[in-house]
Design a protein around this ligand. Structure first.
Ligand SMILES: [Zn+2]
Length: 183
């Protein structure tokens, strides 16, 4: 277990507020939080978010942003709305936060982030332009970096760094570029 996957745990019933106890559940083969008042097992509740490496149309640069007055460079990310698919969320967030249209995307990997009780789904995307239009309430600055430089600039020790490094090591920018050419 590392710092990203520590179980925050659920102690109270989200429906009635009663204290949960652990009860064995046959199908799961383990103890699951159970509310005796509701007579229901309570499975974990957490948020879902998308984060993305957005590559330039040439596939040679990747977009990193700075947010909320912090100097660290991170990836464009946002929560998935209830009822929305992850794919819809990534198109919406790219448009809202940095004003970019996405020409193609590929799932990279997911990780649970205990700090915000969020399952992060990471996608590699290719933009249809380099022209940005930032949402000033959320994004302070956004920059296209060469791929080597982006590895240096990305916030050290973050989940964003793990996602970016994996996407670059897999060559997802080249995969997306090839797919775009074939269309
Ligand atoms: Zn309850």
């Amino acid at each position: 277990m590392d710092k990203f996957v520590e179980e925050p745990g659920m102690r109270y019933c989200p429906a009635c507020g009663g204290r949960l106890e652990e009860k064995y559940l046959e199908g799961e083969g383990r103890e699951i939080p159970y509310c005796t008042a509701c007579g229901e097992y309570r499975f974990p509740i957490y948020s879902t978010a998308v984060s993305m490496e957005i590559f330039s149309p040439s596939g040679e640069k990747v977009l990193l942003i700075q947010q909320y007055g912090r100097k660290r460079y991170i990836l464009v990310a946002g929560y998935v709305n209830r009822g929305e698919s992850a794919e819809e969320a990534l198109l919406r967030e790219a448009a809202e936060e940095v004003g970019l249209g996405i020409a193609g995307y590929r799932f990279n990997r997911s990780r649970f982030f205990a700090g915000s009780n969020t399952l992060m789904l990471n996608f590699a995307c290719i933009a249809d332009t380099e022209e940005l239009s930032l949402r000033p309430q959320e994004v302070d600055s956004a920059c296209w970096f060469g791929l080597g430089e982006a590895r240096e600039k990305i916030y050290r020790g973050s989940l964003a760094e793990q996602f970016l490094v994996e996407a670059l090591d897999k060559g997802l920018n080249r995969v997306l570029l090839e797919e775009k050419k074939r269309r």
